[in-house]
Design a protein around this ligand. Structure first.
Ligand SMILES: [Zn+2]
Length: 43
């Protein structure tokens, strides 16, 4: 399940220790909804 930072909008795929955006340091992380799951990178 992917997560999205509510501050910068970056997609966070791996949550390390605690909920924190790796890009801006924001702590508001939203669960990515299916409607927003448009861009899916190849795994
Ligand atoms: Zn962020």
């Amino acid at each position: 399940m992917a997560y999205v930072c509510a501050k910068c909008g970056k997609q966070i795929k791996s949550l390390s220790e605690g909920l924190m955006c790796l890009y801006c340091g924001g702590r508001i992380i939203l669960k990515e909804r299916s409607s927003l799951a448009r861009e899916v990178s190849t795994d």
